[in-house]
Design a protein around this ligand. Structure first.
Ligand SMILES: NC(=O)c1ccc[n+]([C@@H]2O[C@H](COP(=O)([O-])OP(=O)(O)OC[C@H]3O[C@@H](n4cnc5c(N)ncnc54)[C@H](OP(=O)(O)O)[C@@H]3O)[C@@H](O)[C@H]2O)c1
Length: 292
């Protein structure tokens, strides 16, 4: 029997409804939470992603702006702009759209964002706090994975979670979040990557399997334990075989095949993506609440 399909859009709606109340309370104090996104260069996919974030934010009452910088901006100019935004009271949260052009140092730029406005948790100060289990801004995608699991009644507590992928924005922080001795975490976590030998033998031990590799349909049924919860973070654009010349989005999991074996599974699109955006909004509101 096919597994339960975890509806990320429904969970994101639920979260946004809760956020609206928090925004109302802030507005009652004369504060409108504000988020600013910095985009370097003119990548159409990034622009469209940021437009989606802006629409979602506006629907819950968060003010947004995108600062667009030319692709040839210098590191010094980027630092200066970030410093200006750090001081601007209109904005409680700052996100830096990645990847940056190759001539720019990503870590230096992330480090320049004030930890108090670093709502995607990329500043090393906040990344360190996450690992220590201290209160901080959790990066939106792994934070969203945790919320998705808890809200769909698949809490990771006491479970073996296997994460495929160890990037600084998904795999590593997710490991750091789920391993904490905290409610909604307290899991046994294994992280796989390209240096891992025999991934199927490890992924088949997972009660919860998270795919964050950026490899279309790489997780196949032989890699999944019967009844496992499968969370697909991957977003890959592939040619649509049914519509020649057109493209479609698929995850890192072979959804159609794996759903027959999984206890529950997230689709792509409509799984982790909407929850990621909702957590960015939650963190912006949290940043505004902290100083209001
Ligand atoms: N849903 C969302 O909101 C959201 C947010 C962010 C990203 N994404 C998507 O999530 C995916 C991952 O993003 P990312 O930024 O984490 O990617 P990334 O920086 O490219 O990292 C990919 C990770 O997967 C590992 N990996 C790649 N191929 C593998 C394989 N065949 N077996 C095992 N491990 C493998 C890599 O290992 P090595 O370290 O050994 O190279 C690396 O650690 C992408 O599809 C991205 O578009 C979705």
């Amino acid at each position: 029997m096919p597994g339960e399909i975890i509806d990320g859009r429904k969970i994101a709606n639920e979260i946004r409804e809760e956020l609206k109340h928090r925004v109302e309370r802030l507005k009652g104090k004369g504060v409108t939470p504000g988020l600013v996104a910095i985009l370097v260069g003119e990548d159409p996919a990034s622009l469209s992603y940021l437009r989606g974030i802006a629409r979602g934010c506006e629907a819950v009452g968060i003010f947004t702006e995108t600062v667009e910088l030319p692709a040839n901006v210098t590191q010094q100019e980027l630092d200066t702009k970030i410093e200006e935004l750090n001081k601007d009271p209109k904005f409680h949260g700052i996100i830096l759209q990645l990847p940056l052009p190759k001539h720019l140092d990503t870590l230096r730029a992330e480090s320049a964002i004030s930890p108090d406005k670093d709502i995607d948790g990329t500043n090393p100060v906040n990344a360190g706090k996450l690992l220590l289990g201290e209160e901080t801004f959790l990066p939106s995608t792994p934070y969203g994975v945790q919320e998705l699991l808890v809200r769909s009644a698949h809490s990771p507590e006491g479970k073996h979670v296997v994460i495929c992928g160890r990037s600084n924005i998904v795999g590593k922080p997710l490991m750091g979040i789920l391993v904490q001795k905290q409610k909604g975490a307290n899991a046994t976590v294994t992280v796989c990557h390209t240096g891992t030998k025999d991934i199927p033998s490890i992924s088949k031990q997972a009660d919860i399997l998270v795919a964050a590799m950026g490899k279309a349909r790489a997780i196949t049924p032989d890699m999944v334990k019967e009844g496992a919860i499968v969370i697909d973070v991957g977003v890959n654009q592939i040619e649509d075989s049914e519509n020649p010349g057109k493209f479609k989005l698929v995850g890192d999991v072979d959804f159609e095949a794996v759903k027959e074996k999984a206890g529950a599974i997230t689709p792509v699109p409509g799984g982790t993506g909407p929850v990621t955006s909702a957590m960015l909004m939650a963190n912006t509101i949290k940043a505004a609440e902290k100083i209001s």
